[in-house]
Design a protein around this ligand. Structure first.
Ligand code: F2R
Ligand code: MG
Ligand code: MG
Length: 362
């Protein structure tokens, strides 16, 4: 069994964080669009061909709240070696009020305002008050969680689950908002520990996530939700789609997996994009699996920046930074800062894991 070296992990950290940035920046202009069909897919392909082609000087593609909040998490982990509720709340609020025009979720802004007004007295209270006490089920916790999974690369799944939950709770109190965050963290964590030179077994990857979510959703009954194990059910649909002999239609994918701002109808979709991109995809003409994942995610429309960002984070964690075109990276706003933070996060993660052995490649 091959061990993943520290240098490989460092490349995977950069791959995941730049992958998330690429999905966010490239997907943002498509957020809220309908699924791309026919000619629109060709336009999307030309968009990527141009960005990946010989470098040309152009305004950088702007990042959105997905990247802004993800970088807040990375900074807190680097500074404190753990998630500190108050520090994370302060970081989010500082970031939002410094640069509010990054396309934040409609309701999460209320959390930032209340946190500031209360001087962070109870950093979790404003999130608990969202939507008349039910909390937000948006994908905001999931879209920013990759640094938690990276930082915890030598930790167990149970430790990742706890850290991911804690990272979500500052803004997302609804069980689905939290579980979606946990699922995305587990997907990034699993991809990180795998050897990209070995063919990924997509069936095993999804089965492992299904088993983990089944255990997490076991207490769901009694919460008044329509379905007791909603994420498990969505992941089982991902497994079904992947096992089909012919690709499911976009309509089938959207009707079942979804493409909206809720965690339930976006996180399993992003995992599907990553796994589906292990093979060629009809209408996506690229031999690069990272580009296939991100381009396919954007082609589905809806919450395109976030689904592409989450798919990019998983794909980059699996392959490492070399899978992402360097020309594309140069077009992304903030790419130098993100690279620096990925390196610092990697160094910080080694300090908190002193004495633990390297993870075996699965
Ligand atoms: N906000 C956006 N995109 C909208 C337009 C952006 C535009 N391009 C621009 O530049 O202005 N994108 C970002 O929001 C998503 C993440 O949202 P987050 O952080 O989860 O926020 P929030 O507000 O908590 O939830 C989002 C919406 O979900 C609905 N919702 C959530 N919980 C609900 C509940 N319990 N009951 C009913 N509705 C609930 C609400 O509509 C919330 O506003 C990402 O896509 C990111 O890119
Ligand atoms: Mg966004
Ligand atoms: Mg979005």
């Amino acid at each position: 069994m091959r061990l993943i070296t520290s240098a490989m992990f460092a490349s995977k950290f950069r791959g995941s964080m730049l992958g998330a940035l690429a999905g966010d920046c490239c997907g943002a202009p498509y957020e809220g669009h309908d699924v791309c069909v026919g000619g629109e897919r060709i336009i999307l392909k030309k968009y990527f061909d141009k960005l990946e082609g010989p470098y040309f000087k152009a305004p950088k593609k702007a990042y959105t709240d997905d990247t802004a909040m993800s970088m807040c998490l990375a900074k807190v982990l680097i500074r404190h070696g753990r998630i500190d509720d108050k520090e994370l709340a302060v970081e989010f609020v500082k970031e939002y009020f410094t640069d509010p025009r990054r396309g934040y979720g409609g309701a999460v802004i209320q959390v930032f305002n209340k946190l500031r007004k209360s001087k962070f007295a109870d950093p979790l209270q404003p999130a608990r008050e969202q939507f008349n006490g039910s909390g937000s089920f948006g994908n905001g916790g999931a879209m920013r969680v990759a640094p938690v999974a990276l930082f915890g690369h030598k930790k167990t799944s149970d430790e990742i689950i706890e850290m991911a939950k804690q990272s979500a709770l500052i803004t997302h109190y609804h069980k689905q908002g939290i579980d979606g965050t946990v699922l995305q963290a587990l997907a990034v964590h699993a991809a990180l520990l795998m050897d990209p030179e070995q063919q990924l077994n997509t069936k095993d990857f999804i089965s492992n996530l299904i088993e983990k979510m089944k255990a997490i959703e076991v207490d769901e009954e009694g919460l008044g939700l329509d379905d007791a194990q909603p994420f498990t059910k969505q992941l089982e649909a991902v497994a079904r789609f992947l096992s089909m002999n012919t690709e499911p239609s976009d309509d089938d994918v959207l009707n079942v997996l979804g493409n909206d701002v809720s965690a339930l109808y976006s996180v399993p979709t992003s995992i599907y994009c990553f796994l589906k991109a292990q093979k060629t995809i009809k209408g996506i003409d690229s031999d690069n699996p990272f580009r296939r994942a991100v381009e396919y995610a954007i082609s589905l429309g809806g919450d395109a920046d976030t689904i592409a960002s989450m798919a990019g984070a998983i794909s980059g964690a699996f392959y490492g930074e070399n899978v992402i075109s360097t020309n594309l990276v140069k077009h992304l706003e903030f790419h130098e800062e993100v690279t620096l933070l990925a390196n610092e996060l990697h160094e910080a993660s080694l300090k908190t894991n002193v004495g633990r052995k390297s993870a075996p490649v699965e």
